[in-house]
Design a protein around this ligand. Structure first.
Ligand SMILES: Cc1cc2nc3c(=O)[nH]c(=O)nc-3n(C[C@H](O)[C@H](O)[C@H](O)COP(=O)(O)OP(=O)(O)OC[C@H]3O[C@@H](n4cnc5c(N)ncnc54)[C@H](O)[C@@H]3O)c2cc1C
Ligand code: SF4
Length: 516
């Protein structure tokens, strides 16, 4: 009779995870550990640490209630050696299992570490595939083979056909179109009632974690309270039901909108649950499809939402595992500027940035368009070093794990992979932000002014970016129109753009001593 030590990581909190599927409750032991190496490899937002630890403790409790033996090592246990490797070795020495089973992790650095676990424990280590996704890494690699550039839309159509999501029996997409994005760019009208995400009152276990996290990580960027995340699968399923009923119907229309003082609009706030295992992508997509089939949500909403999960989420994961570890070091546009210090303080007079950064500090979440077109767009235009801005995104969001964060930041936002993931950088001037939000009306800068002290910095930085990156981007057909416009601007305007950009970018250097 063999006894297996089944190691479950903090983002694998699913009873059906591969490492638990063959579990024999009479013999096997589940190992879960809270370690400082994971809590601090970037300075994670306290709410993110609290979320993961609280969800882990609740998951362990549920396993125990089901009669499963769990060895759970808390962060402040005096015996805790504070790394995966040393805790696994300690557990193996004390429990003397015949072997170790673990599900492959979400980050390359952990997989690299896992490859040494057999040696440190002297036991066979079985690394099982993480099959919570629609597309395996092998299948993705097959799809990508021979393609010089990848495009999400084609990958997404492939997965629609394979899963049957929003498909007609004859193999055509529901509604006759694959993609309803053109309908999904409406600015938010005034007077529309906005739902809030589902909130859960912290129980005693979560309150204990919050006290620990405040004590140990209170100096990290971000506020641990108020804490309202679901930390059990049952509550995460309630959050899904709440989203489908309250927000999905308008998700599509206002997917790209922003509004001052409104953090959520019609977004789901479900990514942290999906990424740590409390929700499964297949059940989330199925819930959205059912709502549409029942007539409770329009097709542009259901399709737009499903595309984020079936399309983007799977696509970025495929690219991550295909291209790591070299992917993390790419810097195709040669960006060299250090991350501006206000990313760690939200203390900036650019109102759009202040709003996005402030929400990030309070909630450890912000929605896609804030990450892409505000904080991301600014980092792109200012030429921030990819490694620094990637580490920031990885630290500050409750849903951030490298497999999903890195391709989004490095590939989509920074275009640092030379266009492998996306066909052009999402660079935009203040006009875009003004069209999609009400931030500009409350900003000290004037979005209509193109140059000068009071002009919106996004305006001159946008042209300055195109000027500086002409060597890398000038022949991109999707940027032909902006480059034609640039060529018509005239030397005086170009000189003013260069002057204002240099002045503004110079003002970004110089950090308060302990801003991070
Ligand atoms: C620069 C940048 C960094 C990002 N970093 C992360 C990250 O670390 N973790 C993360 O989960 N998402 C990341 N995203 C994607 C997206 O911003 C978040 O998934 C989304 O904001 C989470 O909020 P929500 O659950 O309300 O999303 P919704 O708008 O309700 O979307 C539904 C779901 O679709 C999925 N999704 C949407 N867009 C993407 C995307 N581009 N990539 C992968 N999944 C997507 C998420 O699971 C999300 O919960 C990033 C996007 C950008 C532009
Ligand atoms: S004016 Fe420019 S800096 Fe100010 S909120 Fe608008 S886009 Fe942002």
């Amino acid at each position: 009779m063999t006894r297996t030590l089944r190691f479950v990581l903090g983002d694998q909190l699913d009873r059906d995870i591969a490492a638990l599927r063959e579990l024999d409750a009479g013999r096997d032991v589940v190992l879960m550990v809270e370690v400082m190496t994971e809590a601090t490899y970037v300075p994670h937002h306290p709410k993110k640490i609290a979320f993961v630890l609280a969800a882990m403790r609740h998951f362990a409790r549920e396993l125990r209630e089901a009669g499963i033996e769990v060895r759970y090592v808390e962060l402040d246990d005096p015996a805790n050696t504070q790394s995966f490797r040393s805790e696994l070795a300690r557990a193996a020495a004390e429990l003397r299992p015949d072997g170790i089973a673990v599900t492959e992790p979400g980050e390359w650095r952990v997989l690299d570490d896992m490859r040494g676990w057999a040696e440190v424990t002297g036991l066979p280590v079985e690394i099982l595939p993480d099959d919570r996704f629609f597309c395996s890494t092998t299948r993705f690699a097959r799809w990508a083979e021979g393609k010089r550039q990848l495009r999400m839309e084609l990958f997404y159509r492939d997965l629609r056909r394979r899963t049957g999501l929003l498909m007609q029996p004859d193999g055509e997409p529901e509604g006759g179109r694959w993609n309803f994005d053109a309908d999904n760019r409406k600015p938010l009208p005034n007077g529309l009632a906005l739902p809030e995400p589902f909130r859960v009152e912290p129980d005693a276990v979560t309150r204990g974690v919050l006290a620990l996290v405040t004590d140990r990580f209170g100096h990290h960027f971000g506020e641990p309270l108020p804490f309202w995340f679901a930390v059990t699968r049952a509550d995460a399923l309630r959050a899904l039901g709440h989203f489908v009923a309250m927000a999905l119907p308008r998700f599509g229309d206002y997917q790209d909108a922003m509004r001052q003082g409104e953090d959520w609009l019609f977004h789901s706030a479900l990514s942290q649950y999906l990424n740590c295992g409390l929700l499964r992508p297949a059940e989330v997509c199925a819930a959205a499809e059912r709502a549409w089939r029942r007539g409770d949500a329009p097709l542009n909403s259901a399709e737009g939402f499903i595309r984020q999960i079936l399309g983007w989420r799977e696509y970025v994961r495929g690219i991550y595992w295909l291209k790591m570890p070299g992917y993390a070091r790419l810097n195709g546009l040669g960006s060299r500027r250090p991350l501006p210090w206000f990313y760690w303080t939200a203390d900036t007079d650019l109102n759009c940035l202040r709003q996005a950064l402030d929400q990030t500090r309070r909630e450890a979440l912000s929605h896609h368009i804030q990450r892409l077109m505000v904080t991301g767009n600014f980092a792109l235009l200012a030429g921030v070093v990819p490694e620094e801005i990637c580490a920031w995104y990885l630290a500050v969001y409750a849903d951030a794990y490298e497999w999903v964060e890195l391709p989004n930041v490095l590939g989509i936002v920074l275009h640092a992979d030379g266009g492998y993931l996306g066909s052009k950088p999402y660079a935009a001037s203040g006009n875009y932000i003004n069209r999609m939000s009400d931030f500009c009306g409350q900003c000290r800068y004037d979005v209509r002014r193109k140059t000068g002290e009071s002009a919106c910095p996004f305006n001159y930085l946008y042209w300055n970016f195109l000027i500086e990156k002409r060597g890398q981007l000038g022949r991109n057909p999707r940027l032909a129109q902006p480059y034609r416009t640039l060529d018509r601007l005239g030397p005086e305007r170009v000189a003013a753009i260069r002057r204002d950009s240099a002045r503004f970018l110079d003002s970004l250097s110089g950090a308060p001593a302990d801003a991070a």
